[in-house]
Design a protein around this ligand. Structure first.
Ligand code: 13P
Ligand code: SF4
Length: 307
């Protein structure tokens, strides 16, 4: 297995040079992909990186909305998603038509859309956000009332941090919604010295028990900087690989081994190699949608990180 992975990685790295490609990898991806990344990060970091790269080709090891965001930002580059089935169930919980209908009931109310959404939904929104800047994005708006789509839990978390009225959409991330408060209380008893960090896609009851509420890259930064030696991790388990690699002397305890995003796990070395060989599957956003979606993404990028 190790030999096979080394062989595939070598092939990918030499083909990557030939094709002038860059490999962008989300923090939840398999370790074998994290190891060949040109850049590894959260949704915001990946968008910033896509916007800045000089490469001709972007191979996206993540899910569909992330590759779409890269295509929105870099229309002249070839953006490859090695498995087209790597979607995001939360992003599918709102359509552009549903959003248009909701907007018609809320005239003058700006729409903040989580980056975990389709290009069409972004095109209907005023500004995007990620888990790394949602509070900052909402605070940047003058309006007192905001429609936040599609993640009800991230939206709820933001509402607890601002005086604005946040109208929620009933979307959620299935793996994060599976985390139960009892999972944390049990682990806190077993590891009384541990710090608890969770993703804002978790439910309010889980967030209430956390020491830190962070994006995935925010978690990586916190893990490096904290003096704590034991950290309970409330997000998709793929991040544990990076946390351990960067902090070999610290102990990371996943809240539950069941917090797995099956979509994130669809990408592997074989598919990346095949994708680079075939230059497919390519993600391309139609120009009219792309231009409108880009305005919302650009406004977010101008705001930067909060964590
Ligand atoms: P981050 O942007 O914090 O990495 O989270 C994104 C996410 O949910 C990916 O599914
Ligand atoms: Fe979507 Fe959740 Fe998977 Fe992220 S972890 S891609 S939000 S389903």
């Amino acid at each position: 297995m190790a030999n096979r992975n080394a062989e595939l990685s070598d092939k990918i790295l030499s083909l990557k040079k030939q094709k002038n490609a860059v490999i962008l990898v989300h923090n939840y991806q398999l370790g074998e992909l994290q190891d060949i990344a040109d850049f590894i990060g959260d949704s915001l970091g990946l968008s910033q990186n896509a916007a800045q790269t000089d490469a001709r080709v972007i191979v996206f090891c993540g899910v569909h909305f992330m590759a779409e965001t890269a295509s929105i930002l870099c229309p002249d580059k070839t953006v490859l998603l090695p498995d087209l089935d790597a979607g995001c169930p939360m992003a599918d919980m709102i359509t552009a038509e549903q959003l248009r209908q909701k907007k018609s009931q809320l005239p003058g109310v700006p729409v903040v859309c989580y980056i975990n959404s389709s290009a069409e939904v972004k095109a209907e929104s005023d500004i995007c956000c990620t888990s790394a800047n949602a509070i900052k994005v909402v605070e940047s708006l003058e309006a007192k009332e905001i429609l936040f789509v599609p993640d009800q839990y991230l939206g709820h978390y933001v509402a607890t941090k601002t005086n604005k009225k946040i109208i929620l959409w009933p979307g959620f991330c299935p793996p994060h919604a599976r985390i139960q408060p009892e999972d944390i209380t049990r682990l806190k008893e077993a590891y009384p010295q541990a710090k608890v960090m969770v993703h804002p896609e978790c439910t309010p009851a889980v967030i209430a028990l956390a020491d830190e509420v962070l994006s995935t890259s925010g978690m990586c930064r916190f893990a490096r900087e904290t003096k704590a030696k034991e950290i309970i991790v409330g997000t998709e388990v793929g991040i544990i690989y990076r946390l351990k690699k960067e902090n070999p002397t610290k102990r990371f305890i996943p809240i539950s081994e069941q917090v797995i995003c099956p979509h994130m796990k669809l990408i592997n070395l074989e598919k990346v190699l095949w994708s680079l060989q075939e230059m497919s599957p390519e993600i391309k956003v139609p120009e009219a949608t792309r231009r409108r979606a880009k305005a919302a993404v650009d406004r977010m990028l101008a705001i930067g990180r909060q964590d």
